[in-house]
Design a protein around this ligand. Structure first.
Ligand code: OAD
Length: 231
């Protein structure tokens, strides 16, 4: 069947590339309070700490490589005859480095900066420092171009429009803890899409899916893509 697919990915898809997840044992939010490093209030209190945290994550991301799951999703995009949209909660750039193009970063991008004074956004993979100046307005209010708790995710109109047209919604490597992404399965199902979860273990919301497969993304995703492409 050729149809319209929306795929949502989370930290689990990049785990086997060596980038940490958030809520698993030893995950980022168990080591760094998210109130300190992933909220506008945390940035207002201590911008230096926030910039240090995301600069370290840039360094990890630069040295990481896409894994078999990222590559399989790029192959699916290239070989699929219908509509396909990949929505990622991840701020790393491993999907695009694997070749995905129909890709939306709903939580922003680690390798971009945002000026907290004027809203200008620009690409940058260098370590960020408090004294860095915005190339547009000159203010020293640089932050990573990522969506923090209490902020509105990017591209939501386009994502909801695609979910409304989807025949299949697939959630990969996400715990389903953070809205609005956590609600996509119900949004898609209400509009008639079949729903599939691929995750290391069944997520808390697994009962919302028509089908769930448990295992590492580097195995499950290539297997599922081979089925979809009839290989
Ligand atoms: P989480 O850390 O909450 O969940 C990661 C999920 O991936 C868990 O359900 C794991 O079981 C699963 N997982 C781990 N390793 C895996 C593997 N090798 N293969 C398949 N699955 C695996 O991360 P997210 O759900 O992505 O937002 O978190 C969502 C959002 O919360 C993030 O985008 C971030 C975070 O706070 C912001 O910072 C705004």
């Amino acid at each position: 069947m050729v149809g319209s697919i929306v795929i949502l990915t989370g930290a689990g898809v990049s785990a086997e590339s060596g980038l940490g997840t958030f809520r698993d044992a030893g995950g980022l939010w168990t080591r760094y309070p998210l109130e300190d490093v992933a909220t506008p209030e945390g940035y207002a209190r201590d911008p230096g700490l926030v910039l240090e945290f995301y600069s370290a994550r840039r360094e990890n991301c630069r040295t990481a490589a896409p894994n078999a799951a990222h590559r399989a999703l790029a192959e699916l995009e290239a070989g699929w005859g219908g509509e396909l949209l990949l929505v990622t909660q991840n701020i790393d750039d491993l999907h695009e480095r694997a070749g995905s193009r129909r890709l939306l970063h709903m939580h922003g991008e680690l390798m971009r900066c945002l000026c907290a004074a004027c809203g200008h956004r620009w690409p940058s993979d260098a370590p960020m420092q408090e004294q860095d100046r915005c190339p547009a307005c000159g203010a020293a209010r640089v932050r990573p171009d990522v969506v923090w708790f209490g902020e509105y995710p990017y591209h939501m109109e386009e994502i909801w429009a695609s979910l409304a047209r989807a025949d299949l919604f697939v959630s990969i490597g996400t715990s389903g803890n953070v809205y609005p992404a956590a609600g996509f399965v119900q949004d898609a199902a209400r509009r008639g899409a079949r729903t599939l979860e691929l995750n290391l273990e069944p997520s808390e919301g697994v009962s919302d899916f028509d089908e769930a497969r448990a295992g590492p993304a580097s195995r499950l995703v290539p297997e599922w893509v081979a089925e979809m492409l009839g290989r």
